[in-house]
Ligand binder design. Structure first.
Ligand SMILES: [Zn+2]
Length: 113
């Protein structure tokens, strides 16, 4: 099983959806579903806080509490994802191996395993 384009050796390959085969999807852990949006919200809150420190009298206490709460959610989700990671890896590997048709994003070459 190779994860490189046989033509240009690029690792930038992607599976091509097969019409006749059932779409196998990796099982995405719920912790990841939680983690990604909460990191975005945390980044947003931190950016707003920084902007308020720079242009105002500092972040309001509501904003500070919200930032801390979101940070705690991120930490918990991150810890849960860390625990789910081995299962997620196995699921991703099974997904990669179940894909028979691949396409290279560098040279548009398509091939079948
Ligand atoms: Zn290629």
């Amino acid at each position: 099983m190779q994860y490189r384009c046989p033509k240009c050796q690029s690792p930038k390959i992607m599976p091509v959806a097969q019409a006749n085969a059932p779409a196998a999807r990796p099982v995405v852990p719920k912790s990841l579903v939680f983690l990604v949006p909460s990191i975005f919200v945390l980044l947003l809150l931190v950016l707003i806080s920084i902007a308020m420190w720079l242009f105002g009298d500092g972040a309001g206490s509501t904003l500070q509490i919200a930032t801390v709460v979101v940070f705690v959610i991120c930490a918990v989700a991150g810890f849960l994802f860390y625990r789910d990671l081995p299962d997620f890896k196995i699921s991703m590997q099974a997904f990669m191996q179940s894909q028979k048709k691949w396409k290279c994003r560098e040279c548009e070459h398509e091939w079948e395993i």
